[in-house]
Design a binder for this molecule. Structure first.
Ligand SMILES: [Zn+2]
Length: 466
């Protein structure tokens, strides 16, 4: 018999209303053969594979992996206001099809941006009845909204996001050190994390002078326009402010590997700093991106192969805590597919449905086991968002959210089959390994080999409700 059984919340008088079992169940103790007992949407026990009480329906995953539902803490849904780019229904269906059962939505690029309590109410109203997975919300710190932070926090947002460079949309202005110095004592007092788009304008302005005559169709031009220094210097500022104010700081979408040593040092010193990176920085390399291929444009940019290898080392060492998508779609025309102009095209990579195969294909090639990517895709982001009591692990007391997937099956990304509103993605036509078969949300099957449940059953996740 493997490992001690977990029956801490099971009431022997009540039968499970679902048993999910398999040969490869990923529990906090590692991968094992097990049966998961579920009642009322919650995991009540992890038992031996044979322990299936008569009368309880059984879903047998066989040789496929049973992992906690994925948690993606970096998703742009854009509704209300830019619903033509992406919306609650299409994004959360993409999530379900990709094995993602929980996502936290970013406060831009919807209109209004989620920077006031009134805007948050509009956001909640826009999503009502449309969400296929559980959804929580980040709100924004922008110049002038200090007075909103407490009411947003009390309304149940999970934390705050800010930009240190122009965000690309006028409703979400960026902040500078002066604004941060005003906001951070408030955030520290609330205990709210600040998620930061860490690039500074100075190095980008310097870089712009050097590329005035460069060919905007070349990927190298885009790469040169967003130098590593912009990230490195922004992260140095954040670490300094973190030390000074003690607020929890989170670096979103780390791309520059040159910033890793200072993050490592800050973490070693016990500062409350956390770091995410994205699949596209871990999969692609600048050297391979063709001229005009603006579907690869995002900021900070996908960098050189050597930089990518250093990001993998940082993931291995735990300097990068987890991997989330930064799913950020737009209208296909905004990618300027005809001109292929990297400087004028909208930046953002859409990949909400593809995170599991994208990360697994690379991780497997590098010798990692399934249990390790569970930390990066499920447990790490759940812990960061403050959802660890509910999400991110297969353990008694947690929500019965599962992704069942085949880690050996190959998969050719057919863009037209993706659930996201528009089918533009740099993963189109790429062969990857790892196929999502079935997704359960709180004990209910929401996706099964191309088919969805009859109606969306996602919940809004508010801090303080659990
Ligand atoms: Zn983003």
């Amino acid at each position: 018999m493997p490992a001690p059984l977990d029956r801490t919340t099971e009431n022997p008088a009540q039968l499970p209303d679902l048993v999910v079992r398999g040969k490869r169940v990923v529990t906090p103790e590692g991968e094992r053969t097990a049966a998961i007992h579920v009642r009322g949407g919650t995991i009540t026990a992890i038992t031996s594979y044979e322990d299936t009480p008569a009368g309880s329906p059984v879903h047998d995953a066989g040789e496929s992996v049973v992992m906690p539902g994925l948690v993606d803490t970096h998703v742009h849904i854009n509704e209300p206001g830019r619903t033509e780019w992406e919306g609650f229904s299409t994004a959360t269906r993409a999530a379900a099809a990709g094995g993602v059962t929980t996502l936290i939505e970013m406060p831009l690029n919807s209109i209004p941006a989620t920077t006031t309590a009134a805007a948050f109410r509009e956001k909640l109203a826009a999503g009502a009845g449309k969400i296929w997975v559980d959804v929580g919300f980040w709100c924004g710190v922008v110049p002038g909204n200090l007075g909103e932070l407490r009411s947003l926090w009390e309304a149940g947002v999970w934390g705050f996001k800010c930009f240190l460079v122009p965000s690309g949309v006028e409703e979400f202005a960026h902040v500078g050190e002066v604004d941060l110095r005003a906001a951070l004592p408030n955030l520290a007092a609330l205990g709210a994390p600040l998620l930061v788009h860490a690039e500074l304008p100075g190095p980008i302005a310097e870089a712009a002078k050097k590329i005035v005559n460069a060919d905007a169709r070349r990927y190298a031009t885009w790469l040169a326009s967003r130098p590593k220094e912009a990230e490195n210097e922004a992260i140095a500022l954040l670490v300094k402010l973190c030390r000074e104010f003690g607020a929890q700081m989170h670096v979103v979408h780390l791309s520059s590997a040159e910033a890793i040593p200072q993050l490592q040092e800050a973490k070693a010193a016990g500062l409350p700093v956390s770091v995410e990176s994205c699949p596209h920085y871990l999969v692609f390399a600048a050297e391979d991106i063709k001229d005009g291929a603006t579907e690869f444009k995002c900021a900070p940019p996908i960098r050189e192969r050597e930089n990518r290898e250093q990001l993998w080392e940082a993931l291995e060492e735990g300097v990068i805590d987890f991997v989330v998508t930064d799913h950020s779609p737009c209208l296909p025309t905004m990618k300027l597919p005809e001109e292929g102009d990297f400087l004028r095209a909208w930046g953002g990579v859409a990949s909400l449905e593809l995170r599991l195969p994208a990360v697994w294909t690379e991780a497997r090639r590098r010798g990692y086991a399934v249990a390790r990517i569970c930390e990066w895709l499920c447990k790490g982001p759940a812990r960061f968002a403050g959802l660890e009591k509910q999400k991110g692990a297969i353990a008694a007391g947690r929500d019965a959210d599962f992704v069942i997937w085949n880690p050996d099956a190959k998969y050719l990304v057919k863009a037209e089959q993706l659930q996201q509103r528009h089918k533009v993605t740099p993963y189109a036509g790429r062969e990857m390994t790892g196929v999502v078969e079935t997704t359960f949300l709180r004990g209910r099957k929401i996706y099964d080999r191309g088919e969805f449940s009859a109606a969306p059953i996602g919940h809004v996740l508010r801090r303080g409700d659990a």
